[in-house]
Design a protein around this ligand. Sequence first.
Ligand code: ACO
Length: 436
Amino acid sequence: MPQDTVTITDNRTGQNYTLPVENGTIRAMDLRKIKTGPNDFGLMTYDPAFMNTASCRSAITFIDGDKGILRYRGYPIEVLAEHCTFLEVAYLLLFGELPTEPQLKDWISEITHHTMIHESTKKFMEGFRYNAHPMAMFVSTVAALSSVYPESRNVHDPAIRLHQIKRLIGKVPSIAAMSYRHSVGFPYVYPDNDLTYAENFMNMLWKMVEPKYAANPVIARALDILFILHADHEQNCSANAMRAVGSSQADPYLSTAAAAAALSGPLHGGANEEVLRMLDEIGSKDNVPAYIKGIKEGKGKLMGFGHRIYKNYDPRAKIIKWTADRVFEITGRNAKLEIALELERIALQDDYFVQRKLYPNVDFYSGIIYQAMGFRPEMFTVLFAIPRTVGWLAQWQEMITDPEQKIARPRQVWIGHETREFVPMEKRTPAPVAAR
Ligand code: ACO
């Protein structure tokens, strides 16, 4: 018997099946051979929320959740955060290798020259209601880029793909900044090509009447580090949305908008906004024990805690804490930090959190830094979406070029009626509410 196999006995029929094991997985399609008879469809797996299903083979981001390890293309996140700029990391994620100096120079220049958005897109943004959520504006405007670049639907043309990738990475900070300026009623600011990616984003957010925006270098570097930490995270909810929508060969703008929509939910990228709301609700350090007691009694979740994959400290949360100290030296300490530190201290000692291996995730501290930098909570998820666009595009590109990938289409376990006899209107009785 070959060693890299698994043998399954079907107790319904007494038959044995030997299935190959590759990279710790069996092919779900191999299970279809396991049948009770010729009319049986064959065995499937039932895995709501993909708790134990690999949907792709990937070489982009590696996570060992038990050990708290995160690597992009083999490089530990801590090393990249210390030594690289965000655009350098973006190059690594997309092309698999760190750029040489001339490669990086060209890459920066190309991204920088795609930061302008079409005036018609600017007008489109002007149409949003004055109090629209910045994330709603972001998602809709990214989707609207599809109308500006119709050639983007040629997803199998590598040159066209690359062009859209550069456009998207260049334009997402501009759209994010415009969604902010719109929500506060300030005129939009055009990009400044003399500035770095993070500095230019700050320029588009905060420039007022000064002729040239001068970014604080500590804040700019902190933002760049936060971008590095958020750039990719393997097959999370939004990456999965990007791959699923992209698998229908929708263009990258529409797929990215779908991924951003997935990110917006409070259980995913929307959690950083919720953390701030939670800290506001707690109000002071003294109220932390009572709040934790409420969580343990089932009154909601501790936002910014827990992760599907990390059952150890999220390595990004550690770097964020370090970055927070640098930022607070400039901005002054954020009062919410005290509450957050106390929450973390108590939760990490509490049996409820210890047993469930619930640790702070990336969103626990990022919101506090963003607020200290002057962002309103509504902007937090948009700040996440800017760098994550790179991850989505790397995942999309890998999916498109993978010969094994097809349109994503899960199966279902049918729990509904067999064929029923049609009931004419006059003979129908109202269904109980629970059945609707
Ligand atoms: N507070 C309190 N209890 C929690 C929390 C939390 N934040 N997270 C999980 N639990 C509990 C669950 O109630 C469950 O308890 P039980 O076994 O008694 O039923 C147990 O821990 C396991 O949790 P699941 O919900 O099964 O874990 P899952 O992997 O499905 O969820 C998730 C992961 C969505 C991140 C969850 O931990 C959560 O909702 N956290 C708060 C929201 C958050 O911070 N999201 C950001 C994630 S990072 C990111 O997306 C960028």
